[in-house]
Design a protein around this ligand. Structure first.
Ligand SMILES: Nc1ncnc2c1ncn2[C@@H]1O[C@H](COP(=O)(O)OP(=O)(O)O)[C@@H](O)[C@H]1O
Ligand SMILES: [Mg+2]
Length: 332
């Protein structure tokens, strides 16, 4: 039966740049066309849609929402709990919502917390250390070079530009300082995995299923070697970045990736849908970089790319995500 579905979201255009904000500060936020696409998909299945906007707008209307469920894609603005804000409000007011809860969103947004969970579950993830900038980096680096220096709790390749990959102590020091000063957080320093890159969408709850593996292609090649997904690639050089699905990998590796993706999804308590990012080294060893319990739903991204390979459309997938949540709350 048709439901009234609220959508919560944060638009890029609503970000107010403050002095000192890096240029990619609003990179995670959505474009209106993503909200349009989700709305269109839900309406095509007979639902009614009410746009609720961001956490502040949600709070203003909270006693009179008039929705059966909220389709939440709000990324939030600042701090590592930003993605947890809308889910926390909805949980407080006992309003059903699509996707992961506040705890899962918080612990996965902080990549260091998430990596510690992966390690405790025996899930392969690149070797790493956290750098506040106060330590002796020479002593701290027991990994060797090359390394990649990332933010601890940002997404959408924020803070990752051509200088993120470092091969010397001098470059490492400079990059840790850059992350500490510009993003006001600890730097996550990881062993750099040369090879290929894939992402694995996962859907469902009681028996979640891994979807077809989507491979990242840069400059027309899936053999990335030293290349990586930088903010520039995502924005100004977007044409150099494409996706390949089904991925050009062996059936055996595909199965292994899907199995690991499910373990990651379950270990952090994802709900309804999610996406696990991997690098694969030149010996075919997979490493989990992160899990996104709130992956990008723009139709040009992963959730629009894999559906045709299994005879579905973007609209089908959006509605499956909603149905997973309705079923979870027993309100289908
Ligand atoms: N250890 C690594 N080795 C090689 N490339 C990496 C590594 N970590 C991150 N990258 C590159 O940086 C991109 C963004 O990193 P990721 O950890 O997925 O953060 P996010 O997508 O949240 O910004 C990846 O898609 C990948 O291209
Ligand atoms: Mg990622």
């Amino acid at each position: 039966m048709g439901k009234i579905v609220g959508i919560t979201y944060d638009l890029k255009e609503d970000w107010k740049f403050k002095e000192g904000d890096p240029k990619d500060a609003n990179a995670e936020l959505d474009q209106p066309k993503t909200i349009d696409a989700i709305e269109k998909a839900l309406i095509s299945s007979g639902h009614k849609v009410k746009r609720l906007g961001n956490a502040f707008n949600l709070l203003k209307q909270i006693n009179d929402l008039g929705v059966d469920i909220v389709f939440n894609i709000a990324e939030g603005h600042r701090g590592r709990n930003r993605e947890s804000q809308v889910p926390n409000i909805l949980e407080m007011y006992d309003i059903p919502f699509v996707g992961a809860d506040a705890l899962t969103l918080g612990l996965t947004l902080d990549k260091i917390v998430a990596k510690k969970m992966f390690i405790s579950e025996g899930i392969p993830t690149p070797k790493f250390f956290a750098a506040t900038g106060k330590e002796d980096l020479k002593k701290l680096n027991t990994i060797g070079y090359p390394l990649i220096v990332k933010t601890k709790h940002e997404g959408s390749s924020k803070g990752i530009d051509k200088n993120a990959r470092v091969e010397s102590l001098e470059a490492l020091k400079a990059r840790v300082k850059y992350i500490n000063e510009n993003y006001h957080q600890v730097a996550l320093v990881e062993e750099f995995i040369r090879g290929t890159e894939v992402t694995v969408p996962v859907m469902g709850n009681d028996n979640p299923e891994a979807m077809p593996v989507v491979q990242v292609c840069m400059d027309n090649s899936v053999e990335l070697g030293d290349k990586f997904y930088s903010f520039e690639r995502l924005s100004v050089q977007a044409a150099t970045l494409t996706y390949v699905c089904p991925a050009k990998i062996s059936k055996k590796l595909e199965k292994q990736l899907q199995e690991i993706a499910l373990r990651v999804y379950n270990c952090v308590g994802c709900r309804d849908f999610g996406r696990v990012d991997f690098r694969i080294d030149e010996k075919n060893n997979p490493y989990v970089l992160e899990i996104n319990p709130l992956p990008c739903l723009i139709p040009e991204d992963t959730f629009g790319i894999f559906p045709p390979t299994i005879g579905l459309t973007y609209n089908d997938i959006v509605n499956k995500i909603l149905d997973n949540a309705l079923k979870r709350y027993n309100i289908l």
